[in-house]
Design a protein around this ligand. Sequence first.
Ligand code: CDP
Length: 222
Amino acid sequence: MKKFTIAIDGPSGVGKSSLGKALARRFGYQYIDSGAVYRAVGRKALDLGVSLDEGGAVARLARAAAVRLEGDPDHLKVFLDGRDVTTEIRLPDASRAASVIATIAEVREAVVEKLREMSREGGVVMDGRDIGTRVFPEAEVKLFLEASPEERARRRWAEDRERGREVSVEQVRAELEERDRRDRERTATPLVRAEDAVLIDTSNTPLDRVLDSVLEIVNSRS
Ligand code: CDP
């Protein structure tokens, strides 16, 4: 069977990574979390004390950053310049930094290049904000996930709590809304649904049912 590229886009907390990992397991594909690359670049800017709005400087460090995603979908590790940053890139400062540096066109170009390089061998499930529109406009399957703001905040809050972050749902919702706004309003490949992406609302649908409907879509195109 021909190896597909499956592009999953949408805002935070809609279940992109859970679906992406499940699909990758099912097909024996590589799962690539593009947000982790933006997070690693944001982390590097913070570590080096580079101001997040200095586009040229952030783009230079993005080009120079060696970002590696390693392991199977359930045990994915993220390495930045040889250092394991899997945990720290999920902390609130790295989330915000990723969102800010992701508005810089030159940074996005550098990240897109890295993502394509990581996908060279084909058979890839990638999630993010611009996968179906920019990274892989030719992807055989494109999905755009949505969910209500309440449900998205609740899911992200539960994940944060699992990671030991004591935070209110309201705070999480405010952070998500701020990042969403930046993603949707930036001029460099903003978050939009590709015309040929299938829209899936995951607000009231458990992952296994979302997965079933996506498997139908994939099989119908094989
Ligand atoms: O985990 P969450 O969905 O909240 O975010 P993420 O996928 O880890 O991405 C972190 C940030 O990187 C997002 O807030 C986006 O601003 C940015 N991003 C992007 O601009 N384009 C992508 N393809 C992936 C992430």
